[in-house]
Design a protein around this ligand. Structure first.
Ligand code: ADP
Ligand code: MG
Length: 256
């Protein structure tokens, strides 16, 4: 049975999507069967892996909203072996409002993923930068939460709200939800600020913080425009090495 993780931080631009794509790709390279789920209406994981949103007939939107829908129709293979994706579509932006009418609106994604969970080792859900119904669906469907934090000023801003949301979902809807780990991203070792933020985040989250820190690396920002993960775009870059190391640490931690 696969394990699912919500990559969650309601702040935008902290490295959620970059982590989703590249941690996923590195685990797939290690032979793990990985499914990426794009529940962010912006669809950056979808386009970052080379899928063209307006050309897709079956997406997560159909899977969430249609009754008795076979999710396999919305699963696409990527350029990377063992790496599959359920893409987002623009329709997803309307879903936040549409779904409010539906009974069991918080457990839609959990039910969708139940159809494919035993076909994968790891499922990663790329959350939107908000605390709305789509994010709640991700947290309800997840076994663990992965929190990327950008190494910059105000890094911990919003973290107490984030933890409250996780706590609420755990109490009301998903009692086994764990904080899997915190990933420090976009680290710039040349500044004192970067180092200070690392210390501060470690004080707050203790051993939940992954030892592997993701550096700022322009190749990571370039890769999505080619529709490739970093290991396919530039495997010798600092960014690729960091995500490979993170994948090793991840497997070790999760014991899979
Ligand atoms: P989020 O999904 O949390 O909004 P993204 O992963 O999309 O964040 O990252 C925000 C921006 O920063 C994107 O343009 C991305 O390419 C870039 N980026 C992410 N991680 C790095 C990194 N380690 N080094 C350089 N640029 C990065
Ligand atoms: Mg994103």
């Amino acid at each position: 049975m696969g394990k699912s993780y919500a990559i969650f931080n309601q702040k935008g631009g902290v490295g959620k999507t970059t982590t989703n794509i590249n941690l996923g790709a590195c685990l797939a390279r290690k032979g793990k069967r990985v499914l990426l789920v794009d529940i962010d209406p912006q669809g950056n994981t979808t386009s970052g892996l080379g899928l063209v949103k307006r050309e897709l007939r079956d997406t997560l939107y159909e899977a969430l909203t249609m009754e008795e829908y076979d999710v396999h129709k919305a699963v696409y293979h990527t350029e990377t072996k063992n790496l599959d994706i359920i893409p987002a579509s623009v329709d997803l932006s309307g879903a936040e409002v549409e779904l409010i009418q539906i009974l069991g609106r918080e457990i839609l994604l959990r039910n969708v993923l139940a159809q494919v969970k035993d076909e994968y080792d790891f499922i990663f859900i790329d959350c939107p930068p908000s605390l709305g119904l789509l994010t709640v669906n991700a947290l309800v469907a997840a076994d663990g939460v992965i929190i990327p934090i950008q190494c910059e000023f105000y890094a911990l801003e919003g973290v107490s709200q984030l933890m409250k949301t996780v706590e609420l979902v755990r109490r009301e809807m998903n009692r086994n939800l764990q904080i899997t780990g915190v990933i420090l991203s976009m680290f710039d070792g040349r500044t004192n600020l970067g180092l200070q933020v690392v210390q501060e985040v470690k004080r707050f989250f203790g051993n939940k913080v992954f030892k592997t820190v993701i550096p700022k690396n322009v190749r990571l920002a370039e890769a999505p425009s080619y529709g490739l993960s970093i290991v396919d775009y530039d495997p010798s870059s600092k960014g690729a090495k960091a995500y490979k190391k993170l994948a090793d640490e991840f497997v070790q931690r999760e014991g899979r």
